[in-house]
Design a protein around this ligand. Structure first.
Ligand SMILES: [Zn+2]
Length: 704
C-alpha cells in the first residue's frame, strides 16, 4: 500500500537491457503497471516522479558488438533510441528516460562505489583467473571456450555447456581458448571488490520485516534467498566495457585499475539515481533530485519483472543501506512472466511481439487494455492474438465505445450539442450517478494495492452499467413522449462518460483524452510526464477524487463526435499470428520451446490423484468424433470404459495391449453420449506429438 503520509512518490521501472528491442513481455512486467500507477498518482494530485532508462553495460552487449564488428557504444546507441521510441509510442509517461553510458551516470556510480570503499564496506579478494595475453585482458566467462569436462562437447562456454546444460567455471574447461583471439589463456591473479552480503543479512532482514505487506510472489523469493544465506558478491569485473573503477580507490588498495569496471548489476540500479539527477539538471535545478532520494518524505516504488527480485529486494537495498544517504524502496511490486500463444517469449527465436512492430498495426491503447486485463500479477499468464481481438471488439468497442458514442451522438442530435439538465431525475438516474460517485475510490484502492486487473475491471463495470442503463431507459422513445425524462437520462449518461474519462485515463490515456474533448471536459490534472510536479493543488485543475462528483454542468457545450475504438477484423490478427515464425536454430538463448511450468502445486493436492497401472484391452474410434477413442481398460480389480481425446494423434493399435497409467479417481464425465471413467496419461513433446505414459507393472498397481 502507498504510504499516504509521505508527500512525494518516486516510481521506477526496471532499466531495459538494450542489446535488442523490447517486446510485450517487458511491457506487461515492469512498464505498463508502473505507468498506470504513475498516471494515477499524478491524477490524485500527489507529487510524482517516474524514472527509467537504458541499461547499457555488461557482457552480452560486448559480445554482440564483437559479433557485428562494431563498438559497444554503437549497439547501445541503436537500441537505446529504438526502445525509447517504443516506450513513447505506448505512452509510457517517464518524467525522464536516461542511460547508463551517460557521463553523469558514470560519475554517480563511481561516487557511490567510492563512498562504500572509503567507509570500509567492501572486502577485497585476489583470485586466479584466465587472461588472454594477445588481447591483453582478463576473460569473462563467456569469453572462454573449450571442451566440456562432463560430455566432451568441444565448444562449451566458460559458464555453461550448451550441449549437456551443465554449469561450469572457466577453469574447469579442457583445452580452454580465448573467444576473442583464439589464444591459449594464461592463469593470472586478479583482485576484485566484493559486497559482503552475509555480513549485511541481519540489517536487511530487520528492514524487510517492516514490509510483510509486499506481494506474496516477491516475499516468497526473498525469503528463499535469505534462508539459503547470502554470500559475498563481486562488484567489479575485468572487462573493457562499463563504468571504470575509480583510480583513487584502486591506488589506495595498490591495485591496478586498468581494465577494471563496476559489475553491471552494481551500476545498473544506480541508474535510477543518476537518471533522476539528469532530470534535475535538465530542469535547471541540479539539487532537485535530492528531494526524491535523500528526503525521508519520499516514497520509492520499484516496478520490475520476477527475474529482478533479488537485485531490487536484497542487493540494491543492501547497497543503499551501506551508503546511508538514500531512501530504501517502500515497495517492489514485481510481476511474473507473460507467455505468448502458450509458449515462453523468446527474442532469438522470434517468438515475440515487438513493440515497435505492434505500433505499425494497432493503436497503443488497444494493447494497453488487453495486456492489463491479463497482467501476470500473481502467476504467469498467456497472451494470444485471438484474446486481444476479443478484448478490443467485445469490451473496448462494444461496451465502452458503444456506450460513450451513442450517448454523445444522441446528445448532439437531441439537445443541440449541450449537456441537458438533470431536472428532477428519477431513481434510475440517481442509481447510475451513485455508481459513478463510488467508482473512483474503488478503482483507486485497487491501484494502490497493485491490483491493476481488478482496477480496470472495476472501471469497466461502470461502462457496462452505463450501457445497460441506456438500453433500459430507451431515450430514443422518451425523446418525444417525455422530453424531461429523456434529458435526465442523457444528463446522467454523460456524467457517467465523464467519470469514465477520468478513471480509465491511467489505462487508456490517449483514448480518454479524446473522450474528454468530445465531452467538452477540460481541466483534469495531466497524467502524463511533468503532471506530478509543482503544487499538488494546482489552480484550476480537478483531480481523481473530484470525479466522485458530477463533472459536467448542464448547458455546457459538447465537443465533436468521433469513434474511439474500431473493431479488429480476423484477417488483421491472422497477419500478426503469421508473423510469429520461428527463426530456426540460430538462437543463443536457452529457450527451446518447452511448455512453461505450471505454478507450484501443494503436495496434498497432488496426493488427491489416484494413479494406477492399467492395460488397454481394446480401443475403437467413437463414430462422428474427430478426437475420441473409446478404450476398455483393465485395472486389475475392474474393467473401465475410458474416452481418450487422442484420435488425431494415435490409432487404436497404438494403444491396444499397452500398459498405461490411468487417473483412476477422476469423476466420471460424459462425452458424445458415452461415460468416461478416468483418464489415460499422455506425454506431449515439443512438436505436439502424443504418446501414452506406460509402465511394466501389472494392472491395478499404484503409481506414486
Ligand atoms: Zn557438456
Amino acid at each position: 500500500m502507498a504510504d499516504e503520509k509521505k508527500t512525494r512518490i518516486l516510481i521506477t521501472s526496471a532499466l531495459p537491457y538494450v542489446n535488442g528491442p523490447v517486446h510485450i513481455g517487458h511491457l506487461a512486467g515492469a512498464y505498463l503497471p508502473a505507468d498506470i500507477y504513475a498516471r494515477y498518482q499524478r491524477l490524485r494530485g500527489r507529487e510524482t516522479l517516474f524514472i527509467c532508462g537504458s541499461d547499457e553495460h555488461g557482457v552480452p552487449i560486448l559480445l554482440r558488438a564483437r559479433e557485428e564488428g562494431v563498438e559497444p557504444q554503437a549497439i547501445v546507441d541503436r537500441y537505446h533510441l529504438m526502445v525509447r521510441e517504443a516506450f513513447e509510442g505506448f505512452g509510457m509517461s517517464f518524467d525522464h528516460y536516461g542511460r547508463t553510458s551517460a557521463p553523469l551516470h558514470h560519475e554517480t556510480s563511481r561516487d557511490f562505489f567510492r563512498k562504500l570503499a572509503k567507509t570500509g564496506v567492501f572486502v577485497r579478494k585476489t583470485e586466479a583467473q584466465l587472461y588472454d595475453p594477445e588481447a591483453g585482458m582478463f576473460l569473462a566467462d563467456r569469453f572462454v571456450r573449450g571442451t566440456c569436462p562432463a560430455c566432451g562437447h568441444d565448444d562449451a562456454y566458460g559458464d555453461q555447456c550448451e550441449s549437456c546444460g551443465r554449469s561450469l567455471s572457466p577453469r574447469e574447461l579442457k583445452n580452454p581458448r580465448s573467444a576473442i583471439t583464439d589464444a591459449v589463456p594464461e592463469v593470472r591473479d586478479t583482485t576484485h571488490w566484493y559486497l559482503p552480503l552475509g555480513r549485511m543479512q541481519s540489517s536487511l532482514e530487520a528492514w524487510l520485516s517492516g514490509h510483510e505487506d509486499w506481494k506474496p510472489n516477491v516475499l516468497g523469493q526473498v525469503r528463499s534467498w535469505l534462508r539459503e544465506g547470502l554470500e559475498d558478491r563481486a562488484v567489479t569485473r575485468d572487462l573493457p566495457w562499463g563504468v571504470p573503477v575509480p583510480e583513487d580507490v584502486a591506488a589506495e588498495a595498490s591495485v591496478d585499475a586498468r581494465g577494471k569496471v563496476l559489475y553491471v548489476w552494481f551500476d545498473a540500479p544506480i541508474g535510477y539515481i543518476s537518471a533522476t539527477r539528469e532530470w534535475a539538471e535538465l530542469r535547471g535545478e541540479p539539487e532537485a533530485w535530492e528531494r526524491w532520494w535523500k528526503d525521508g518524505d519520499s516514497e520509492l516504488v520499484h516496478f520490475i519483472g520476477k527475474d529482478n527480485i533479488v537485485f531490487h529486494c536484497i542487493i540494491f537495498p543492501a547497497m543503499l543501506q551501506a551508503h546511508g544517504d538514500y531512501v530504501l524502496p517502500a515497495n517492489v511490486p514485481a510481476n511474473e512472466f507473460l507467455n505468448l500463444e502458450g509458449r515462453k517469449l523468446s527474442t532469438s527465436r522470434g517468438w515475440a511481439v515487438w513493440l515497435h512492430e505492434y505500433l505499425e498495426a494497432f493503436p497503443a491503447d488497444y494493447l494497453r487494455y488487453a495486456l492489463c486485463t491479463n497482467l501476470p500479477e500473481t502467476k504467469d499468464t498467456d497472451f494470444t492474438w485471438r484474446d486481444f481481438q476479443a478484448r478490443v471488439n467485445n469490451e473496448l468497442a462494444d461496451t465502452l465505445g458503444n456506450f460513450v458514442n451513442r450517448t454523445h451522438s444522441f446528445a448532439l442530435r437531441a439537445f443541440g450539442g449541450k449537456v441537458p439538465p438533470l431536472g428532477k431525475g428519477g431513481p434510475e438516474d440517481r442509481t447510475l450517478l451513485e455508481a459513478c460517485a463510488k467508482t473512483p475510490a474503488r478503482v483507486g484502492e485497487a491501484i494502490e494495492g497493485f491490483r491493476f486487473r481488478e482496477a480496470l475491471e472495476t472501471a469497466m463495470a461502470l461502462a457496462r452499467e452505463g450501457n445497460r442503463y441506456i438500453n433500459e431507459r430507451e431515450p430514443w422513445k422518451t425523446r418525444k413522449e417525455a422530453p424531461e425524462v429523456c434529458a435526465s437520462t442523457l444528463h446522467a449518461a454523460l456524467q457517467c462518460a465523464a467519470t469514465l474519462s477520468v478513471v480509465l485515463d491511467p489505462f487508456l490515456p490517449a483514448s480518454c483524452r479524446r473522450l474528454r474533448a468530445q465531452l467538452g471536459l477540460e481541466g483534469l490534472r495531466d497524467s502524463g510526464p511533468g503532471g506530478g510536479l509543482g503544487s499538488p493543488s494546482r489552480e484550476g485543475c480537478f483531480t481523481w477524487d473530484d470525479a466522485a462528483h458530477p463533472l459536467l454542468e448542464a448547458g455546457a457545450p459538447l465537443g465533436d463526435a468521433g469513434i474511439l475504438f474500431s473493431k479488429i477484423a480476423n484477417e488483421e490478427v491472422e497477419v500478426q499470428v503469421a508473423k510469429l515464425v520461428e527463426g530456426g536454430g540460430e538462437g543463443r538463448e536457452e529457450d527451446s520451446g518447452y511448455v512453461p511450468l505450471e505454478s507450484p502445486c501443494a503436495f496434498e493436492d497432488f496426493a488427491k490423484i489416484d494413479l494406477r497401472a492399467g492395460r488397454v484391452v481394446s480401443a475403437v474410434k467413437v463414430p462422428k468424433s474427430r478426437k475420441l477413442l473409446r478404450c476398455e481398460v483393465d485395472l486389475g480389480f475392474e474393467h473401465r470404459q475410458i474416452l481418450a481425446g487422442v484420435a488425431e494423434h494415435l490409432a487404436p493399435k497404438d494403444l491396444e495391449g499397452k500398459r498405461v497409467v490411468v487417473v483412476a479417481n477422476l469423476a466420471p464425465r460424459k462425452m458424445m453420449g458415452l461415460v468416461s471413467e478416468g483418464m489415460l496419461l499422455m506425454a506431449e513433446d515439443r512438436e505436439g506429438r502424443l504418446a501414452p505414459v506406460t509402465t511394466d507393472l501389472e494392472p491395478g498397481s499404484v503409481v506414486r
